[in-house]
Ligand binder design. Sequence first.
Ligand code: GLA
Length: 383
Amino acid sequence: MQALLSAFRERFPGEAPIVVRAPGRVNLIGEHTDYNDGYVLPIAIERDIRFACRSRADRRVRLWSVNFNTDSEFELDQIELDPANPWSNYVRGVAAMLLREGLSLRGMDAAIEGNIPVASGLSSSAAMEIAAATAFQAVSGFRLDPARMALLAQRAEHEFMGVRVGIMDQFISRLGQQGHALLIDCRTLEYRAIPIPEAEYLFVVADSRQSRELAASAYNERRAQCEAAARLFQKELPDVRALRDVTSAEFRRHSARLPLTVARRARHVVHEDERVLEAVAALENADLKRFGALMNDSHESLRFDYEVSSEALDVLVAAARQVEGCLGSRLTGAGFGGCTVSLVHQDAVDAFRRHVSAVYQAFAGKEPYIYVTRASAGAGVLA
Ligand code: GLA
């Protein structure tokens, strides 16, 4: 925080800034369900992106990145991508969407700093978008419904970044609640905060530090396959608008008409939605064993049916499951590299660190980053 404030003072002398933050996320279960109108169960994490910002009298936006030690500037009336500074494109994309929404934006000076590892599956992009939207809101003073903000940030990602992401990451970054996971219905955007039982179990993230090449095109391809599957189900089941509307019984009855790969993608989504609802019941009954078993099932389904795991993630998950006191482990986020999340007894966290690090080191020649996560609050202005 000190580095952010002194960077701001140095670059933009004058009145003190407002500081806003938006967190990254870990999804506990419900992967690749959001763009199928289904259910997800993420938490916002303590790692975040912060903007120290102040309005300007003109329409200029001047950005300074503490992490990249570089700047980028644009005019609100002429927003273009900056290929030399991709980090700034999230801010540009969000500004464009807020303007298109008819909100009146003021120019701004902002210094930006974050501690969410980039491209590791913890949604640094969504955090950047939501932090930018929150910064514009703080300096411009417009009103914007939180769910609407998430939708606009998602649209920025579609139109400016070319990835057809679902709503989960932006939604949890804006609406996360401390000590709670959010069950989000990605069709209606209704949500319910589910308390994380104050038990002796913790969610532990292991970052494979594996870069996610081709992730964007593979992601868009998965999404297209799901849409194709929904259209095929619709021929028998006219009420199906998305895979969310197909039950596992209907899947069994009608999946023969689907090409094999498409059927496997659909099988993951249909069962994953059911697992999310079951996982919520398990949390509410403090049945963490059941919760862990559902995490394990989710991973196998992502690995074999959805095919978004990687060798590195499978190694991390297998090592995690060998630790006594680990109830379940799965990849989290889009996959193709990135992180796993495991449910681990607090007394087993040290053993988990040692064992998972050693196994992964032998496989990958580098240690994973391992951290315990706590459910934090969504985006807002810091006092
Ligand atoms: C990425 C996307 C989300 C979601 C997950 C997979 O994080 O941004 O919308 O689809 O992948 O569950």
